[in-house]
Ligand binder design. Structure first.
Ligand SMILES: C[S@@+](CC[C@H](N)C(=O)[O-])C[C@H]1O[C@@H](n2cnc3c(N)ncnc32)[C@H](O)[C@@H]1O
Length: 191
């Protein structure tokens, strides 16, 4: 069990912040280590520029930083001030936390890599976001990715498949039973 779930301190820290902002967080628990590793397994690892939408307390950040090489970069976008304060304490020269709304970050993805980013990972609760904003985020993310880039969305339902498939040519759906509660990992590839 030790490698599967997080420490009680991590869980309580997340729970306290998430409960105060449930409408935007959409969950009370951070991703498990196993789920974070499953997400990271779909990412490029060498000299990659990766952006995460909704980094929370850094659960998936940790797994991504374990996977990417020393020349890769990870940007964590987070609008909750308390989660952002936690992210700011992550001391890794490859990681940058940005206190920003995802809809704005998505429009400006190329500010992180002029030719487009290699991957975007998203744990934001799309089901709680208005349809027009959801569509803009998907379209802007597609435009901000380089050819061959991936958009990875993890959610409790595969409902985002249709929106992703409307712009990405291929979208794989993976079920991840080792998260609490289990979720789906959708991997959309830009050709
Ligand atoms: C389901 S939690 C995921 C947290 C973390 N990535 C994990 O897997 O444990 C969603 C996170 O997205 C953030 N979030 C939701 N909507 C956002 C938005 N529009 N802009 C920036 N962050 C957002 C929330 O504050 C929360 O930290």
């Amino acid at each position: 069990m030790k490698s599967f779930i997080r420490s009680t301190q991590d869980l309580i820290r997340f729970l306290v912040v998430a409960a105060q902002d449930f409408a935007r967080t959409g969950t009370l628990l951070p991703s498990t280590k196993a789920a974070g590793q499953a997400i990271a397994s779909h990412l490029p690892t060498n000299k990659a520029v990766i952006v995460e939408y909704g980094s929370g307390s850094g659960a998936v950040v940790e797994s991504i930083l374990c996977r990417i090489d020393s020349e890769s970069r990870l940007v964590g976008i987070e609008m909750n001030e308390k989660f952002f304060d936690i992210l700011k304490k992550i001391s890794d020269s490859r990681f940058l936390s940005v206190h920003q709304e995802v809809s704005l970050a998505a429009k400006n993805l190329k500010s992180f890599a002029a030719s487009g980013v290699d991957a975007v990972v998203s744990g934001i609760p799309f089901s709680l976001i208005p349809k027009a904003e959801r569509k803009s985020i998907v379209d802007d993310t597609f435009n901000g990715l380089k050819a061959g880039g991936v958009f990875i969305v993890y959610q409790y339902t595969p409902a985002m498949y249709k929106s992703l498939r409307s712009v990405f040519k291929t979208v794989e759906i993976h079920f991840e039973p080792r998260n609490i509660p289990p979720y789906f990992i959708l991997v959309a590839k830009k050709q």
